[in-house]
Write a protein that binds this ligand. Structure first.
Ligand SMILES: CC(=O)SCCNC(=O)CCNC(=O)[C@H](O)C(C)(C)COP(=O)(O)OP(=O)(O)OC[C@H]1O[C@@H](n2cnc3c(N)ncnc32)[C@H](O)[C@@H]1OP(=O)(O)O
Length: 404
């Protein structure tokens, strides 16, 4: 088996392999869209002789981390021919990816899983979580604070990138785990006319409060479904607000749209203020909690050095990583004044941690102390886990909206 980049003339073969594996028959528009993604990305192929039997696409973007935004390989379209499963094709493609990340200066890789059981063994850990929230909007939404009364306005999806891109970038500075959106991402993906998963959904609607914007929401609607006994539904894809009062105004608007009786907000952050603002938690319910973006610290030293830190620390980490040997072993993490250095050492370890668990804690989502309590991380020096947690902590939990 040979692993190498897929040349542009073979994109069609790679797309055909992906369609076969994902049991899909994309229409023309979707095919062209996927073709554009493949053209713009690194494409790793697995070849059995001349036959392409595996594909892995690595998109290139920056990911917000506390105090920075390092380059990240966004892994997607991972597909192995049904004839070649469980023969190490995925393993080989990921090894090739990790080698390429070093050359490309990408200390991080990230992905959304199809099945959560696949990627932990390759060093990925769930770096952000999301919650799905449902609001019963057959009755007026009751919130515990007053809403900002400034007028709301609907803008065209084509106007949104120019008006909202810098606002969205500001949110990335306070919420780690967010992908940078270029013009292609905004127009062709985030605000695409058709919803790729549900063709009954309306085009995207964008509502803005304030000028300049103090908050906005992106949503789609769907009419009542008699057979499923589902009322007209508002699906909220994104809502950002400068203040709780602005958030309250946007939620009231979304819950008050005529001919709808249900608001479904997908993948909200665990610390979404809505959950505290709701006067009736039977009306505003969390329906599921799931790992969202999985993160891989491909280069642990660079990844740690690219983020900012909340408190000083001096700890020796013994990192286990059997896929990227350069990461493995004992390193001294010294944090002073918000920045860190991370150097190899022979000193005794304070903590032994798998690289996937370190990734789960990297953006401030998971706690090292919890990992110690559950037996995943070994603490050799009492207090070491608490010290690392204090240094990693962030004001807001990390959160990812964009699937890729
Ligand atoms: C980011 C994304 O694109 S997510 C989409 C992932 N793609 C899919 O789900 C499409 C359908 N599935 C496939 O194409 C393939 O089965 C893949 C990509 C999931 C796995 O590819 P393979 O080449 O068979 O994996 P490979 O042989 O390298 O297996 C590596 C290890 O992962 C394990 N593994 C592979 N698939 C799975 C799975 N679905 N669940 C749990 N473990 C898995 C293997 O058992 C093996 O474990 P081992 O090292 O302990 O023996």
């Amino acid at each position: 088996m040979i692993f190498r980049d897929i040349p542009e003339p073979q994109i069609e073969a790679a797309l055909n392999l992906a369609s076969l594996v994902f049991h899909e028959q994309p229409d023309d528009d979707t095919y062209q869209h996927h073709h554009a993604i493949f053209r713009r990305s690194r494409r790793i192929g697995a070849y059995d002789g001349h036959d392409l039997v595996g594909v892995l696409v690595a998109r290139s973007f920056s990911l917000s981390v506390p105090g920075g935004e390092p380059a990240c390989a966004g892994v997607t379209f991972v597909a192995v021919a049904p004839t070649h499963r469980r023969r190490g094709v995925l393993t080989g493609m990921l090894a090739e990816l990790y080698r390429g990340c070093e050359t490309a200066g990408q200390p991080l890789a990230a992905l959304w899983t199809s099945e959560a059981g696949i990627y932990g063994r390759f060093g990925f850990g769930p770096g952000t979580h999301g919650v799905n929230v449902e609001i019963d909007s057959e009755q007026p939404l009751r919130l515990r604070i007053d809403a900002d009364l400034r007028p709301l306005r609907l803008i065209g999806a084509d106007e949104a990138p120019a008006l909202l891109a810098s606002y969205h970038d500001d949110t990335r500075r306070v919420r780690a785990g967010r992908v940078a959106r270029d013009a292609f991402r905004w127009s062709e993906e985030w605000l695409a006319e058709e919803d790729e998963d549900d063709d009954e959904m309306s085009p995207p609607r964008v509502v803005v409060l304030g000028d300049p914007p103090a908050g906005y929401a992106v949503y789609r609607t769907k009419g009542e479904d008699d057979s499923a006994k589902t009322p007209g539904t508002v699906r909220v894809d994104e809502i950002e607000a400068d203040s709780p009062a602005v958030a309250a105004a946007l939620w009231h608007y979304l819950a008050g749209i005529d001919l709808t009786g249900l608001v479904r907000a997908w993948g909200r952050p665990l610390d979404d203020p809505l959950l505290l603002l709701a006067a009736d938690r039977d009306q505003v319910r969390v329906t599921s909690l799931f790992p969202a973006l999985w993160i891989r610290l491909v280069d642990v030293r660079r990844a740690l050095e690219r983020r900012s830190w909340a408190s000083d620390a001096d700890l020796v980490l013994d990192v286990r990583d059997d896929r990227v040997p350069g990461n493995a072993g004992r390193h001294r993490l010294t944090v002073t004044g918000g920045t860190c250095s991370y150097r190899r050492t022979d000193a005794a370890a304070d903590l032994t941690v798998d690289v996937a668990d370190l990734a789960a804690c990297y953006l401030g989502d998971s706690q090292v102390r919890r990992m110690v309590r559950t037996g995943l991380v070994s603490e050799h020096t009492p207090g070491a886990a608490a010290a690392l947690d204090a240094a990693l902590t962030t004001e807001l939990l990390p959160h990812t909206t964009d699937e890729f």
